[in-house]
Design a protein around this ligand. Sequence first.
Ligand SMILES: [Zn+2]
Length: 199
Amino acid sequence: MKKLNQQIKAGTLLEDESVLITFDDGYRDNYEVVLPILERNKIKGLFFLLPKYLGKQNLWNTRAEVLLDHLTTEQARTLLDYGHTIGSHGLTHHRLTKFDDEQIRVELIESKILLEDMLQVAINCFAYPYGGTNQQVISLARQIYNYSFATDQAPVNWSDSDFAQIRREFVWPKSSVIDIEDLVVHFGTYDNNPYKGYE
Ligand SMILES: [Zn+2]
């Protein structure tokens, strides 16, 4: 993310075949499993955390079949120490499209302030819970964050001007290397957000 930020600011083109890897929700496996793999492969990731749930379990997820531990604040700091980037994923992990302006602002701003206080670093990236956006949500996020990440519902071409709805593709634990290559090669052609109806 830092390299991407530098290239965008410098107006230089991204290197061919650049890929940004992001992780939502901030589970403990981001530290225990993901961090060693990224380090081994010299890749820097972008992790979207829920500040109110650091050191706690995923009680926000009423659909969860198992309780999972989130990262602790200390583990999140270690990700930063290794040069990874942290962004916000909101306060409550509710779909922002169901809120009014004031509630959306609280989700966007309070989560940023909490993370900045806890981690002592500027938080400039946001990931919309469930990828849920509309024009109201996007325009508020644009005022508060430099880069906001959607999912596969976002437009494919974002790099020219609009950093408030950066498209991402889903990768699952069952995804094979071939599946992931396919997502990269055919970036922007998939519409497989499993969370469309989630709030
Ligand atoms: Zn999430």
